[in-house]
Design a protein around this ligand. Structure first.
Ligand code: NAP
Ligand code: 3JM
Length: 344
């Protein structure tokens, strides 16, 4: 990683540049004026040859291969787990630090799993493998909201149900919701490709594959990743992940049991000060977080804060964030910002 040192600008590769997360990565690098020297956009042969805008310049999309990472300092991966498994080591061999958006390396002991508002200090551990993992979108917004409660009172148990938008399943899934909605309004048959059932006007309690025991992988990711990020293997977590016909932003209903009592007022005061959080909690004025309002924004919105009297020390919350931004691309770019500020 010697080539990285003492630089003012960095060569950045985006793997999966034409995808829903890749597009957001490009936008956020631009918006936040990340000090990019060369931007290399990588995808499959399907979209190689396209040109995509970056700071007003048209950048060619190239086919990902083993030579793609020559002179790259930071490689942002979001092209699925198998692409990361195959090519992240090639990027590391070339001296790049990989920030990986897939589930491929998240639970490996020598790979830090980072949400900058929660455990930025773990970025130091990138030296072990050259890889930093970005958590799952549903995990990120949950831990951003719960970290202040955890620090103030401890957390013994979490029960979470998600309402996840179709953009979390990629560009083609967004198109499928649009096509199905139009088909139904025109009395045509609905075709299902990306989802196992009709998603328009429906809720599907099935994200990623089913595991023995009945959980889905998405639910298991939330459970395992939350314990790793909060560095607390004892937290008991029950998760149900549901796909809903929303284009962008994931919503979550979260019930949390703290180890010592917090009132709803205590929680609101903590969340008002919490990094990355915007408290939106005025039910009398119909003010609470909404997917349509969070889309395109950076904050994790929290509202409907109330005491849950069904258990001791119970708090209920409604948490919403843009899954392509804080849930993926923004979190990755925030990690890259800390990496160049503190470690190189
Ligand atoms: P998407 O819209 O379907 O885009 C997939 C991207 O990967 C496209 O750019 C595609 O290129 C590229 N790609 C696919 N196979 C490839 C290959 N063999 N070689 C090179 N490029 C390839 O999906 P997305 O929503 O952007 O998500 C991409 C991945 O990011 C997901 O699979 C997931 O692992 C991860 N993700 C993470 C989070 C998170 O929570 N952190 C959230 C969403 C997604 P073409 O245009 O050439 O097909
Ligand atoms: C979000 O490997 C794949 O086909 C991608 C599956 C996927 C993941 C994942 O497991 O990396 C789709 C959408 C995620 C994620 O962030 O966990």
């Amino acid at each position: 990683m010697g080539a990285f040192k003492d630089k003012d600008t960095y060569n950045v590769a985006v793997v999966g540049a034409t995808g829903a997360v890749g597009e957001e990565l490009r936008k956020i690098l631009e918006e936040r004026q990340f000090p990019v020297d060369t931007l290399r956009l990588l995808a499959s042969e399907r979209s190689a040859g396209q040109r995509l805008d970056f700071h007003g310049r048209q950048v060619l999309v190239e086919v990902l291969d083993d030579d793609s990472f020559e002179d790259i300092d930071i490689a942002l991966f979001s092209a699925g787990g198998s692409v990361s498994a195959r090519y992240a080591p090639a990027a590391v061999d070339e001296g790049a630090v990989v920030i990986d958006n897939t589930s491929c390396f998240r639970m490996e002991d020598d790979v830090p799993l980072v949400v900058p508002e929660v455990n930025p200090e773990k970025i130091a551990e990138h030296v072990q493998r050259g890889i930093i993992a970005n958590p799952n979108c549903s995990t990120i917004q949950m831990v951003v909201a719960l970290k202040p409660l955890y620090d103030a009172a401890g957390i013994s148990r979490i029960v979470v149900s998600t309402y996840q938008s179709v953009s979390g399943a990629g560009r083609q899934a967004m198109e499928e919701l649009g096509r199905q909605t139009a088909a139904l309004f025109n009395s045509r048959d609905v075709e299902c490709e990306k989802f196992p059932h009709q998603i328009a006007f429906n809720c599907i309690p099935h994200i990623d594959t089913f595991l023995p025991g009945g959980h889905t992988k998405e639910e298991l990711k939330m459970i395992q990743e939350t314990r790793k990020i909060l560095d607390d293997p004892d937290i008991r977590i029950s998760a149900t992940a549901v796909r809903v016909p929303v284009f962008c932003s994931h919503s979550e209903s979260i019930n949390v049991e703290t180890r010592t009592k917090l009132t709803a007022g205590d929680v609101r005061a903590l969340l008002r000060e919490a990094p990355g959080v915007l408290l939106q909690d005025d039910p009398q004025a119909n003010e609470y977080p909404l997917a349509t309002q969070a889309a395109g924004e950076d904050a994790t919105y929290v509202g409907r804060v109330r005491e849950d009297d069904s258990v001791d020390n119970g708090i209920a919350l409604w948490v919403v964030a843009d899954n392509l931004r804080k849930g993926a691309a923004l979190n990755a770019v925030q990690i890259a910002e800390i990496l160049i500020r503190d470690y190189h």
